[in-house]
Design a binder for this molecule. Structure first.
Ligand SMILES: [Zn+2]
Length: 120
């Protein structure tokens, strides 16, 4: 993950390429920050579950299955996080990559990522 990524002390958000988030995408990247916090809490829950399995009352708890499911949930959230602005223009409402939202996830356009970075 890029060290410039996230919200800086200045209050500005930076995207996954290390560039400041345009003002029209601030709300989307605030949501990303919430998703990151949620994932951190999920990580703590997974650790707690690992501790619970050591107790006698957890004999019938399938901890590995629970851990796999929690990991899948976390991956779904990570894959849905805003990554950077889309390479499309403001009037391209039917963009196949962002569906007119003007931001993309890292996973949604791996083939165009270099193109997005180069267009800034
Ligand atoms: Zn787009």
């Amino acid at each position: 993950m890029n060290s410039a990524w996230g919200k800086h002390a200045s209050g500005r958000h930076y995207d996954g390429t290390g560039r400041p988030v345009p003002s029209y995408l601030e709300e989307a990247f605030c949501t990303r920050a919430q998703m990151e916090k949620w994932c951190a809490r999920l990580g703590k829950l997974r650790a707690t579950l690992a501790g619970i399995q050591l107790h006698q009352g957890a004999l019938w708890l399938d901890v590995p299955a629970c851990q796999r499911l929690l990991e899948q949930v976390g991956r779904l959230v990570v894959d849905a996080m805003p990554f950077t602005k889309c390479a499309c223009s403001a009037n391209e409402m039917n963009c196949e990559h962002c569906k007119g939202q003007r931001w993309v996830t890292a996973k949604r356009m791996p083939g165009r990522l270099g193109e997005v970075v180069a267009s800034k």
